[in-house]
Every structure is written in structure tokens, then in C-alpha cells.
Write a new protein. Structure first.
Length: 210
């Protein structure tokens, strides 16, 4: 059994393709428009709408990428925001139940950790688990969606929520600190990630601090 982590799929959220530069899923016309507008005022960017074709391509690819790596008997920690919580306007969410996509995930051992968009509703779902503490690789680790709620009592927090803003960030509180490592798909080439891969990236980060 292998252990994987992932987060921030934002299924059915068309605008996430613009916000996070998920150009891999855009068609050629959208990519051209995106490149012209990405440094323009926000009001201009709002007029640009992602097609449903590209949205569905993102949904399908994120699920297929997950199934490509994470097998049925593996363990997956999903660290929040499988979908998008609200709205049915073109761009800010589709009125499609996420259970359709959950049923397509082959892994049978998933710990769902609550994200800020994981709310009961037409196109989302509710998970009561807000954080998990594990011991792995000789370290006690906190897994929580939002780094704002990282637990300073643990050397490492595996988090999500920030998308492309950073990969690793040191959070200080008083004389203590913890290192938050982003496991969201936007910084892992849209695939779930193993602890070994996380540790390799974290080791490089630590070397850079010396």
C-alpha cells in the first residue's frame, strides 16, 4: 500500500482555470485570450469566460490523473476543496453533484479533510474531518486544508488552499515555527503526490535556508 496526498481540484469551477493559470486544460482560443488578459485589469479579465468543454476537460483529467497514480488499495489523504461550493453562473460553478466524480475515483481508502469550499449543497459535499495527525517517516505531521490553521506544535503541516502562491512556507508564532508544505495539485503538475516526493522538495527547501 502506498500513501498519497492531494487537494484543490475545484471540480466544476471554471474560473479556477483563469485564477491559477491552468492553461493545460484551455483550448487554443481560450489560451490566446488568457495570455492577452492575464496582466490586464480585473474588470477586463472578468469578461473572459471559460468554456464548459475546458471545464469538463479539467474535471476528467484531474480524476484520471488521480486514478493513474493512486490504486484501489492505496491510501489517499485529500486535503480539501474537491469541488466548488456555490453559484451556477457560467464560470463560478456548475450545478453538478460531486458524487459523480467521487464514484470515479478508484481508491477505496480516502480520508477527506474539510476545505473551505466543502459545504453541503447541490454541487459540493460535507466532510466533518478538519485535520488529521499522522506519524510518518519518523515525524508527527498535521494535515489541514488552510495554512492559517496550521498547528505550530508540529514540525510539518501538510496544507493546501493557496494554489500557486507558494510551495513551502515557514509559519512563525512567537518563538516557535512550523513548515507548511502545499500538497495542492497546482504545484504538483495536477497529480497526487507521495511522501517521498514531498520530502525531496522539502529537503531542497531546507538546504536553501542554510
Amino acid at each position: 500500500m502506498n500513501i498519497f496526498l492531494s487537494a484543490d481540484f475545484h471540480l466544476n469551477h471554471a474560473n479556477i482555470l483563469k485564477y491559477c493559470g491552468r492553461t493545460l486544460f484551455m483550448n487554443e482560443q481560450e489560451l490566446t485570450i488568457y495570455n492577452k488578459l492575464k496582466n490586464r485589469p480585473q474588470e477586463e479579465q472578468k469578461q473572459f469566460k471559460i468554456s464548459k468543454e475546458s471545464l469538463l476537460k479539467m474535471n476528467e483529467k484531474l480524476i484520471s490523473n488521480c486514478n493513474e497514480r493512486v490504486k484501489e488499495e492505496d491510501l489517499l489523504f485529500f486535503v480539501g476543496d474537491l469541488g466548488f461550493k456555490s453559484g451556477t453562473d457560467r464560470g463560478e460553478g456548475e450545478p453538478e453533484k460531486l458524487q459523480k466524480y467521487i464514484d470515479q475515483i478508484k481508491c477505496k481508502h480516502i480520508y477527506w479533510i474539510e476545505g473551505n469550499h466543502d459545504r453541503a449543497g447541490k454541487n459540493s459535499f460535507k466532510t466533518p474531518v478538519q485535520k488529521i495527525i499522522i506519524k510518518y517517516g519518523g515525524k508527527r505531521i498535521c494535515i489541514v486544508h488552510d495554512p492559517a490553521f496550521a498547528d505550530i506544535n508540529y514540525e510539518i503541516n501538510l496544507t493546501a488552499h493557496v494554489h500557486t502562491k507558494w510551495e513551502i512556507m515557514r509559519v512563525r508564532k512567537g518563538m516557535s515555527f512550523t513548515d507548511c508544505i502545499n500538497v495542492g495539485v497546482d504545484v504538483w503538475n495536477f497529480y497526487p503526490v507521495t511522501w517521498s516526493e514531498i520530502w525531496q522538495r522539502y529537503s531542497l527547501y531546507l538546504k536553501g535556508l542554510k
